[in-house]
Design a protein around this ligand. Sequence first.
Ligand SMILES: Nc1ncnc2c1ncn2[C@@H]1O[C@H](COP(=O)(O)OP(=O)(O)OP(=O)(O)O)[C@@H](O)[C@H]1O
Length: 627
Amino acid sequence: MTSAQEQTLGFQTEVKQLLHLMINSLYSNREIFLRELISNSADACDKLRYRALESDALYEGDPELRVEIEFDHDARTVTIRDNGIGMNREDVIANLGTIARSGTAEFLKQMSGEQQKDARLIGQFGVGFYSGFIVADEVVVRTRLAGTAQDQGVEWRSKGEGEFTIVDIERAAHGTEIVLHLKEDALEFADEHRLKGLVRKYSDHIEVPVRMPTVQESEDDTEVTVTWETVNEAQALWVRPRTEVTDDEYKAFYKHVAHDFSDPLTWSHNKVEGKLEYTSLLYVPSRAPFDLYQREGARGLKLYVQRVFIIDDAEQFLPLYLRFVKGVVDSNDLSLNVSREILQQDPQVEKMKGALTKRALDMLSKLSKDSDAYQNFWNQFGGVLKEGPAEDHSNREKIGGLLRFASTHTDTSAQNQSLADYVSRMKEGQQGIYYIIADSFNAARHSPHLEIFRKKGIEVLLLSDRIDEWLMTHFTEFDGKSLIDITRGDLDLGDIDSEEEKQAQQESAKAKEGLAERFREALGDQVQEVRVTHRLTESPACVVLPENEMGYQMRRLMEAAGQPVPEVKPILEFNPDHALVARLESSEGEAFTDLAHVLFDQAVIAEGGQLDDPAAYVRRLNAMLAH
Ligand SMILES: Nc1ncnc2c1ncn2[C@@H]1O[C@H](COP(=O)(O)OP(=O)(O)OP(=O)(O)O)[C@@H](O)[C@H]1O
């Protein structure tokens, strides 16, 4: 190492992969590099302003936060400079050599060849600083952390080919300067009009001024004066009245706050006055981030207090089931030195959370009027919204209105039927909203439990997401109707069955009492009860769970997670009109026992369950087939 501590380091594997993907997939979108770098500079200015609240000295006498952009056509460079927080050597190595976001490696690995060319996929990941390499074949960063000595500057340079070099430098100014050495085919960016156009297009809404120099030569060419002109509007977007902000501006701002490439699906911008004063701007993204289901995934709103940026990812303002919502909340009441810990206990924050939750749900409910857009939302985030009824009792009904399900009404796996739709199709005398939960859509759709419902034309919701059982244990009523699991307890179709039908059912149950008893004896303690059913029209038998037992899906999930599950004995129901049941009734001895077991085992299999002794099932079935 030299005295200036020159060091050449390799990029983390993920960075190499990302660079490679980015250069390929973002080629036609490459102007976004400027947005990304300005966005980082604006964040760095926000951070300095926040830190300087405690110590003015951090401004080092230069409190006018700004971003500057320059270009040099002959040298083929574009420079983006800020007087924000800056970085020290450690920061530079950590931030510009690795990707800290957990789960990145898996995300990149899982992308197929086709997906790698899809700019939106890479975009959802947020390419940030590295986007400089789309237009540059060398990037040089000079930076110094505000408040450190002038000899603590750092220079980072890389050609984006696997390694970077850093060296200590003297740097009078704090903050960061990024010099892009443009590729041959990217020289168009070394141009005043092009750059100004991009700044206005992407960065108007950022509060920090973005400036560009105008160079004027005196008439005799001896003097040059440089004046800096602010190119963007430089006003925080959420402060402006709603009526004055265009859709394009809202979209551009979204990309800055959410670090997303795609347009948002919708947004809601509100100023609240009264006891609590705050402004919120909430967005629904059109695409789920890859770490939506990861515990460490980024979530929450960007918190400002009186226009001063305080923290990213403030989770305290929205419940977890709305973690996909992005945006800004700017409070007039919170103190500027509020911390995450204080936020957790502040009753005002709790109130704001309640109000913002309502806003977010209202925004979704508005979005649901546009069925295509809403379907897009549901396909991306429905699984998260399904966590809602368990987490947020008070808004259950509202959340219920936003849920979408697959149903026997359409018989496709698309989750696009609302409960309101279902209710409007309910039959006269129908007791509630019927549903079935299975491990897969096909298992649900073909379950024997549906036979009677199909015959009578009664709609059943077909649930097969992992979270569905969890959802339904917390979601038991909608619009005054109860939600009924058709695989549990006694099946009572209420007034849909006529008096004659009910009578016939009772009579056949009575007539088959003897058979039920023999059946139960043959199965021993595998079942808690055997009884006649009227659920089935085609299958000989099915298993039913007692009303309050944990469902099969949840049991299997818990088992897979190695958790103990209470033992449950199912109820076996048989179809008195089925030929196999008639055959059972006329059998004796071993033939009876074998057929009884086969019928039971089949019912378990049809439920998606595992047999205790699969070999015994095969042996019995084969013996019967051979006869
Ligand atoms: N101009 C800058 N001044 C100070 N720090 C910066 C600057 N640009 C980048 N950084 C640091 O480098 C980190 C990585 O930047 P990068 O753009 O790659 O990702 P990001 O902004 O954190 O998130 P995203 O990937 O979502 O854009 C930033 O979080 C920040 O700490």
